[in-house]
Write a protein that binds this ligand. Structure first.
Ligand code: NDP
Length: 251
C-alpha cells in the first residue's frame, strides 16, 4: 500500500521511540518525511533508517536539530522544511518529556520544562503550519497526548496537565480549521515500550501490565499504525477526536 504517496509529513521527536516508528512507517507508505529533534546522532541514525524503508527513489528524508519548545527556533525550522519540501500535509506533534514527582516536591523548573516541551511546542508548531495548511485547504494535525491526560496519575501533575492541555487545544483548533478542510486529532497512547518508560522500576511496570486488558505492553509501531490512519485519507471525516491506543487500559 502507498497510503501517503505524494504527502509530506513533519514529525517532532522523530529521532526516537514513538516518533521514529511513525517516521519509518510513513516512509514505508511513500511519504516525504522531515523530523525535528535535539540529538544530532539520533537524528542522523533515524534518517539512515528511513532510507532503508523508502518506497520510491523520489522520496526525501531530512532531519532538523530543533528545540520545539523555543518559538523562534521552531518557526525558523518550519520555514526550512517548507523551502525543502514545498509543503507540509501531515504534522505530528510527538516530542515530549516527563519530569515526574509528587506535587509537593515538584520544582518550578520541572513544571515549566514539561509545559514548554509538551504543550508550548504544540502552539509553536501549529500556529505557522495551520496557516500554511489553511491556504492549501487540506492537512492533518496529529497530537500525541496520553491516557494520563484523560485519567491523571499521582506523581505526574505536570505531565497530565500538559497532555490534557493538548486535548483542549486540539479540539479548539479542529473547530477553527475544519471549514478549510484541515483536521486535528489526538492519539492517547497507553503504556508503550520506549526510552521514556524503560526507567520505570520493574514493580511499577508489572503493576501497569495487570491493568492492560490486551495483556501486553504496547510497542511504538502500535501508535504508528494509528498515526497512519489519522494522517491518511482513510480518516477524512474524523476531526477533533481523541483516539486511545492503550490495549484497553482506559474504557
Ligand atoms: P522518547 O523519550 O523515546 O522520545 C521522545 C522524543 O522527543 C525524542 O525523539 C526526543 O528527541 C524528542 N524531544 C524531546 N524534547 C524535545 C525538544 N525540546 N525538542 C525537540 N524534540 C524533543 O519518548 P516516547 O517515544 O515514549 O514518547 C513520544 C511521545 O509519546 C511523547 O509526547 C510522550 O509523552 C507520548 N507518550 C508516550 C507514552 C509511553 O508509554 N512511551 C505513553 C503516552 C504518551 P531528541 O532526543 O533528539 O531531542
Amino acid at each position: 500500500m502507498q497510503l501517503l504517496k505524494g504527502k509530506t509529513a513533519l514529525i517532532t521527536g522523530g529521532t526516537a521511540g514513538i516518533g521514529k516508528a511513525i517516521a519509518l512507517l510513513f516512509a514505508r507508505q511513500g511519504a516525504d518525511v522531515a523530523i525535528f529533534g535535539t540529538n544530532g546522532e539520533r537524528a542522523v541514525q533515524a534518517v539512515l533508517e528511513m532510507e532503508t524503508h523508502r518506497l520510491t527513489s523520489e522520496q526525501k528524508f531530512l532531519s532538523f536539530l530543533v528545540d520545539v519548545a523555543k518559538t523562534a527556533e521552531a518557526e525558523q525550522a518550519i520555514q526550512q522544511v517548507i523551502s525543502a519540501f514545498g509543503k507540509v500535509d501531515i504534522l505530528v506533534n510527538n516530542a515530549g518529556i516527563t519530569r515526574d514527582n509528587l506535587l509537593m516536591r515538584m520544582t518550578e523548573e520541572d513544571w515549566d520544562d514539561v509545559m514548554r516541551v509538551n504543550l508550548k511546542s504544540v502552539y509553536n508548531m501549529c500556529r505557522p503550519l495551520s496557516r500554511i495548511m489553511m491556504k492549501a485547504k487540506s492537512g492533518s494535525i496529529i497530537n500525541i497526548s496520553s491516557v494520563i491526560g484523560l485519567t491523571g496519575n499521582a506523581g505526574q501533575t505536570n505531565y497530565a496537565a500538559s497532555k490534557a492541555g493538548m486535548i483542549g487545544f486540539t479540539k479548539s483548533l479542529a473547530k477553527e480549521l475544519s471549514s478549510r478542510g484541515v483536521r486535528a486529532n489526538c492519539i492517547a497512547p497507553g503504556y508503550i515500550e520506549t526510552q521514556m518508560t524503560e526507567v520505570l522500576p520493574p514493580q511499577v511496570k508489572e503493576g501497569i501490565l495487570t491493568k492492560i486488558p490486551l495483556a501486553r505492553i504496547g510497542q511504538p509501531g502500535d501508535i504508528a499504525q494509528a498515526a497512519l490512519f489519522l494522517g491518511s485519507d482513510m480518516s477524512n471525516y474524523i476531526t477533533g477526536q481523541v483516539l486511545p491506543v492503550d490495549g484497553g487500559m482506559v474504557m
